[in-house]
Design a protein around this ligand. Sequence first.
Ligand SMILES: [Zn+2]
Length: 583
Amino acid sequence: MTDYFEVHERDGAARLAELRLPESRETPALVDDVREDAGSLWAREREVPAGEESALTILPHRAFPGGTPDEVQEAFAVDYPDLDGPSAAVVSPETADDYGTDAYVLSNAQELAGHARAFVEGLIDTRESIPADAGLYLSGVATPANVSILAYAGVDLLDADHAVVKGTQGKYLTTDGERFLEDIEELPCSCPACQVPREEFGREDCAAHNEHALQTELRRVRRRIREGRLRDYVEGQARHEQWHTAVMRRLDQQYGHLEQRTPVVRQAELTAATDDTLNRVEIQRFAERVTTRYQNRFDNPLVLVPCSARKPYSESQSHGQFHDAIQFRAHTVSMTSPIGVVPQELELTYPAQHYDTVVTGEWTPTEREFVANVLEAYLDRNDYPRIVAHVPEGGYRDICERVEDSLGLDFEYTVVDHPTATESLSNLASTVSDALKYSKRERQHNTIRAVADYQFGEGAGDELFGEFRTGARYPKLRVNSNDGEQLAMLVAQYGVLSLTLAGARRWVDSDVPTKRIEIDGFVPHGSVLAPGVRDASPEIRPGDEVVIEGPKAFAIGRANMSGPAMVESSRGIASSVRHVTEQ
Ligand SMILES: [Zn+2]
């Protein structure tokens, strides 16, 4: 039960939370000034502190060096009393558990720092063993260079201990590393401590600067989490030290841990600047869903086209020209790094219209490998009468030829020089000219069904709505039942469906696995708070459509946290409520 810590926003494993003190503190933050350490029990017996509202009391503890056998740790386990005011228990990855405190201090944090694998494993073991809504405190490790990756990994509370010690040793810290004071000719910072002439700047000033630099970087980190864009920053920032890059990559390998915590839709744009972007949850998840859930429903030939800088693709000039040549005679799939392949029906679906990438025309070997694998998996699953590759020479063409070979298919190539060259476009037009055109109705229905497959699971596009009619204009399509009742609408901003109560009933009655929140006997309005959640499907991700059901109410809404987090949390908004009815 966390009484004094509340998570407000999540960005992957990172969180914006509040440590409730007389003057509340938004985290990730330093807590040196509000920390009361009751001390180690190794030195002597300690009195149980009374606790106070104005400080985070670290309960009497016994820390163990890494590798201490579990039975030894158990034999010396301490009791954690319940006290007034915020409290923290000291745990190791092995002893981490729910002790009823607001926060948990990872005892061997300093030992783990610098060792990417041990650090990531220790951190994730600890995070998964303590309640989802408790704060995680790493003491004595924070530097301006590493706080972004620490926050990205899920650390909430930090202190300036390490940075201050470095300062007193004459080491000047910045976000890109550390320098010996003697080697610095010009102070590169405008914090108050750095406002003295260089020759008067001593070690005490250096310690003060280091703490300022930490605070500044934490402000940036909090802003990034608020914007849903911490990952973009970490990909650049982690480059300055090898072990930070290693931590980011090790975290990417913990896909299950990160995926559960990463929203399925976001407003923020995603910046693709490095090969590491390909390993982001958002990218992997899109590729995984397109190659395991999506089903092509058109009978037309396939035309593979290059992506465009402008999103959604169909609004770009080049795709307008492709469209004029194709004239609804073919199904268009865009090839792109870092997304893989994007069928035309999913061009709005996050992150297909939410990424920005470096356009050099050159693809790295890792990008080629990724896009080729996705295209191969896609074509392995979806059959077409003909495949036309309207792609330029270079990366696109190489990928097509590789997949063609590997699957034993024959692609028809239509580009001469450039995809929008007159000759290329007329080749494209004549290549598909004998195919039948699909209707607007078919296009709209297939779009709704494809989005449903992507969002709710394989087969959902057919199972969920059965026969239906579409209303309004693309992209704000409405899904109506044959007797005119609205079931859902396409949210143009994210390319996902938002259900009505009637749509939610269809979901519950269908064979498509329902993401469900079970609540107590109340009628929720606006939102459901975590304490009101009795149970929740473990598959729920932040941003998912969720059915909310209890003895008195049936509702549809959008999840604010993962299913496991809803069940474990004692504070915070579990889900918003869009429509509700009493029952
Ligand atoms: Zn400074």
